[in-house]
Write a new protein. Structure first.
Length: 369
């Protein structure tokens, strides 16, 4: 089965917003409606069907996510079940209160809009997903990160109505305010009903008398926003911070969506994090391990002086209390664990003579070569 590129059909990039998809859909259904191509109606009908199918998938966040991941979304266009029709948020929910409306005609061939009038419903704006990068030190101390991004806001000229101030909305003359067009055709096999989104109003059920020139009738405009994201001390890598109302503006008076910011902590080769604790490794000479020494231990906040006692064995672990990650909310800090590696170099001739003397005094068997 050949899989269709719905983004290519609508002429939008894969990063397109719901507003971009809706705008492209409205333009294409007007351009390719079969009534406008009487000389080549069959080709126009196929193209029109593809546009409807693409919009049905890409305008639904769940279907779009499935399509982006797998490249297809089961059956589209005419494959709705009774559960699909009555499911909350279904595209049919806006169009039909009773699925039996589809079967209110059984004879003859007619072309009409569905008989039930819809009401304009407020829709919440889309959420926005972004990410920020911080250092390990930022994650420990917390940081205010400046962030800029684009989002849709309510058009200040028309106040979100999409209509030029001084004008208003009127019922869509094509669908009669239902938002859908229903085509019924009687064939040898029975009555077939095809229902699709109204190409004139885009499913809204109304049209504006004169489009607002600032937003092009959408009621929303894109705007650059600057905010400061407060990253709390102790944040985990991959944590999602929610900024309520930071997403896109809704339509028809709907609420703004939310902004979700994913925190990415840059790896620090000196440390490994496990929960609230940090782990690091230092290397000392075997003479230092035998005689004892004082070393500077790196921490996320500078260096800490640590005394290594005489006779320290390889892989000994020292705990520096309270130098790990803080716990989000309480501020209680974990610990820094330092593992000691002992380096044993090849001795020089002079060092070998000294070591041989020590071995003889201890009665140790060694290679005298």
């Amino acid at each position: 089965m050949t899989r269709k590129d719905y983004y290519e059909i609508l002429g939008v990039p894969r990063t397109a917003t719901q507003e971009d998809i809706k705008r492209a859909y409205r333009k294409l259904v007007k351009e390719w409606h079969p009534d406008r191509h009487p000389e080549n109606r069959k080709e126009a009908e196929e193209r029109f069907k593809e546009i409807q199918e693409a919009y049905e998938v890409l305008s639904d966040p769940q279907k779009r996510a499935q399509y982006d991941r797998f490249g297809y979304v089961g059956e589209t266009g005419g494959g709705a079940t009774w559960q699909d029709v009555h499911a909350p948020g279904s595209i049919f929910e806006d169009f039909f209160g009773d699925f039996s409306d589809i079967f209110d005609m059984f004879f003859g061939t007619s072309r009409t809009s569905a008989g039930r009038r819809t009401t304009t419903r407020a829709r919440r704006g889309e959420d926005i997903e972004l990410s920020i990068n911080i250092t390990l030190e930022d994650a420990i101390r917390g940081r205010n990160v400046p962030l800029e991004y684009d989002r849709y806001v309510v058009c200040s000229r028309c106040n979100g109505t999409g209509a030029e101030p001084g004008t208003g909305r009127r019922t869509c003359p094509r669908c009669g305010g239902t938002g859908v067009i229903r085509e019924e055709k009687r064939t040898f096999f029975g009555l077939f009903v095809n229902t699709y989104t109204c190409p004139v109003c885009g499913g809204e059920g109304y049209v504006v008398e004169q489009e607002c020139p600032k937003c092009g009738g959408s009621g929303r405009v894109k705007e650059r926003r600057r905010i400061t994201v407060k990253v709390p001390p102790g944040v985990e890598d991959g944590a999602r911070l929610r900024i309520k109302g930071g997403g896109n503006a809704g339509t028809n008076g709907g609420d703004y969506g939310d902004l979700y910011v994913t925190v990415r902590i840059a790896p620090d080769p000196r440390f490994e994090r496990k929960g609230r604790d940090l782990f690091t490794t230092i290397t000392i000479d075997h003479v230092q391990a035998a005689l004892g020494t004082t070393v500077q231990i790196p921490t996320p906040e500078g260096y800490e002086t640590v005394k290594i006692p005489p006779g320290t064995q390889p892989d000994t672990v020292f705990k520096l209390k309270g130098l790990g990650f803080p716990e989000v909310g309480t501020g209680r800090r974990g610990d820094l664990f330092v593992k000691v590696k002992v380096e044993i170099p090849r001795p020089s001739k002079r060092e070998r003579r000294i070591l041989m003397e020590i071995a003889q005094r201890r009665g140790l068997k060694v290679d005298e070569e």
